[in-house]
Design a protein around this ligand. Sequence first.
Ligand SMILES: Nc1nc2c(ncn2[C@@H]2O[C@H](COP(=O)(O)OP(=O)(O)OP(=O)(O)O)[C@@H](O)[C@H]2O)c(=O)[nH]1
Ligand SMILES: [Mg+2]
Length: 300
Amino acid sequence: MSLVGLSGCGKTSIYSVAFAEKTPEDTKSLSPTILYETRRHPFLGLQVGIFDFGGQEQYRKEYMEKPEVFRGTDILIPIVDLHDPKNFEQAKEYFKGLLDIYRKSNEKPKIFLFLHKYDTEDYQKELLDTNVNKAKEIFLNLFKDYDFDYRLTSIYLQDELAKTFRDLLISSYADLKAHVEKAESQLEEIKAKIIISDVSGNVIVHNVQGVSSGLALRGDLRDFINACNTVRENIFMSDSSIFQGKNDEGKEIELHIFKYIISVLVMKSEELDRDSQDKLNTLLSDMKLFADLIISAHTE
Ligand SMILES: Nc1nc2c(ncn2[C@@H]2O[C@H](COP(=O)(O)OP(=O)(O)OP(=O)(O)O)[C@@H](O)[C@H]2O)c(=O)[nH]1
Ligand SMILES: [Mg+2]
């Protein structure tokens, strides 16, 4: 996955907030990226490579001379700074240059444009809407020959940003999206706190506020999943298992691990009513299926 755009458009900030547990405030002290940085992020059992291409002019020039650096991109994320309309044309030229590179190497990455800084942090609301319209005119046509989509994004909408990446990463698996959407609606109807994540602690769906920072699940819960997953692997030696804990006040926590990939954490403060319990059971069997689908997609 390659993040590209002019210097200061927010690439490193987006990475930091969505994947590296940073707050939006933390990004204010970031320095421009030197050349490019590569990171790996486990997601649903795969290693996702994230390339953050520093956007200062000297580096952009260098990339154009050594276009191999872009080779093998599955998902290209061009980022446009909505607070900087005077540089829209320059960003467009950069993106055009990149499209040329992919054309020459016969590659067709999926393209997902971020019209970014869609917020009024240090910016006027009236200008923002004008800029969105202008950016749409300039950029939406550019990628028409590609598998293309776009979003309005902001690091100040951290949950939305994490969901954008979740959807983007899940979209590489046919059939998974429907399961995620189904889980999202099922969660609303169950009277328990539920977090569905992968075993590395990337939150897929949840109905509890404040348990994640970007894609990353809160550290203590992530440690719990991690410990249980080790027990599953080394002691149970099975690909799925259930863990339970409770105190004498009726608080209860239940962790289901499916196929060493998906974890469903259920937290209750009292016995569930019949209806919620039925729905939870449905959710659990759907997540078992979800995990099976991921495994078979990996095998393919
Ligand atoms: N208002 C607002 N500011 C943002 C957003 N995303 C990033 N920024 C700010 O934009 C500035 C530049 O962000 P960086 O992430 O360093 O930009 P970059 O694209 O990595 O720049 P280079 O590394 O030089 O290519 C920082 O001060 C961020 O706080 C956003 O969504 N909204
Ligand atoms: Mg950067």
